[in-house]
Structure formats: C-alpha cells, structure tokens
Design a protein around this ligand. Sequence first.
Ligand SMILES: Nc1ncnc2c1ncn2[C@@H]1O[C@H](COP(=O)(O)OP(=O)(O)OP(=O)(O)O)[C@@H](O)[C@H]1O
Length: 278
Amino acid sequence: MSDFQTGWHLSSDPKVTIAADNVRLRYRVQRSGPRSFRSILGKRPVSGPVLRGVSLAAREGEMVGLVGLNGSGKSSLLRVLAGLQPATSGTVVASAQPQLLGVSAALVPELSGLENIWLGTLAMGMTPDEAYFARERIELLADLGEAIKQPMSTYSSGMAARLRFAISVAADPEILMIDEALSTGDASFTERAKEAMHGLIARAGTVFLVSHAAQTIEDMCTRALWLDAGTLIADGPAGEVANMYRYYAHSIALGKDRAAKKALVSATESHPPLFSGT
Ligand SMILES: Nc1ncnc2c1ncn2[C@@H]1O[C@H](COP(=O)(O)OP(=O)(O)OP(=O)(O)O)[C@@H](O)[C@H]1O
C-alpha cells in the first residue's frame, strides 16, 4: 500500500479538495507519414510513459504551482486531474469538478467577446441569470475595451487568454486549473489576475497553475510541485522549489548536466513529495 493510501486522509484540516493516487499515463500514437516510412518503422502505435505514478493531495486555500521542463508532463497532469484525459492507471478524486482554464473549447472565434462571455458562462453551468450578472465582472477583469465587441478571431493570443481567464474565474470554481494562460498577459492584467485568484482561494478554493516562469510560480503560488520526466520529484514552499528549479533549468541550458543532476537530487532530498508510489 502506498503512503498516499495510508496517510492522506488522516489529517483533514484544511479539507483536501483533490487527490491523485499513483496516476500513470501513457500516450499511444499511430505512426504517420508516407507508406515507405511506415514500412520501415512498423505499423504498431508507439507509446511512452508521460506520468509515472504521481500521487498528490491539495487542500482548500492552496495555490499550487507546477514547474518542470518542456514535455515533463505538466499539462497532461492537469488534464488528468481535471478529468479531461483518462489516466492509464491510478485514481483521482476531487470534491468538485475542476475547471481547467480552457473554456476555449466552448468559445467561437467568429463571435464577439461579449457573445463568447455569454456562451462560456452558460457552458460552465451558470444559469442565464447568473451569466447575466457575471458579465460585468468578466468584462472588468478581461479589460479589453471596445475589442470586447469584436470577433474573437481578431484577438491576439494574450487578449484571448485574458478573456478565457476572466470567464473561468467568474464561475468561482472550487478547483481552478490554469495552464500557462497568465504568461501572455501584461503586468496590470497579471496583478488583477492575481487578485482574482486570491479571492478564489480566500473562498476556500484550490488553484493549480502551470508556468515555465519560475518567477510567476514564486509570485503567485503558496506551494510548488516539480515534475521531471513524468515523476513528481519535489513538493514544497513555492519560493524554495521555484528557486531550485530555476537553478536546475539554468544548468541544463548551459549544458552543465552534472550540476543539473545534483540540483534535482538535492531538491528531492530537501523537499520530498508527500507521497511515494506503490
Ligand atoms: N496528445 C498527445 N499524444 C501523444 N503524446 C502527447 C500528447 N500530449 C502530450 N504528449 C507527450 O507527453 C509528454 C508530456 O507532454 P505535456 O504537454 O504534458 O508536457 P508539459 O510539461 O506540459 O510540456 P510543455 O512545458 O512543453 O507545455 C510529451 O513528451 C508530449 O510529447
């Protein structure tokens, strides 16, 4: 039995809002390309591990940052936690449906920002009355000026991200997951976004935030998880974990592999994840 199964439920204050036990994920990808290529490479789908037994628990009032190199599994973990991607094995339990900042699926580029606010809020389960009253808050937070009346297809990626963020936060979800969206905003938006997230966690919510920027995690989060090649290698106060990750990423960028490896080991030793796998 894993530490997770024996331990996480023992301490119940503040309440655990989402927990994952030994989550594993493999992607299977059908080989593509010209027929001659496929005959050389074989027809069988390729598959590889993306998450290698991740266990975690997050509580009310926590703003949890996820750091890790490109391809380490951060987005995949959020998708599994949000129930958008079935895990290959393992369990996820949550006290409410997590809202992954990605109402983009429901948004329509040909429609204006205002029409998309209506669509997005209804798609997240608001009643027409709730959607009507949320509109002003969303417009204020997104702060797109006259562009709110223009089709979303004319927005920059930063403008679209602001609108998606504002719609997602307006639903006041108990568990909000944000994937990189904040890095596209300018400084004043980032400040307002931070306030909105603090409001949410003050109302006993939990926020997960993926960002490549260690600084964003340090500024915004209370706690940080570090994923490396699909394994959770560290879990601790956001400032400390972000600092270690920054040093690690810097070492990798400079080709200092030994220093990077040392940083990884030292992060695991000083901030071990709360639960080990089976
Ligand atoms: N739909 C998919 N099909 C096949 N492989 C995938 C799919 N999505 C992700 N992967 C692979 O899974 C691994 C983890 O990807 P993921 O996007 O979760 O990492 P990440 O840490 O969020 O990366 P980044 O920082 O670059 O956004 C990568 O090797 C990626 O190529």
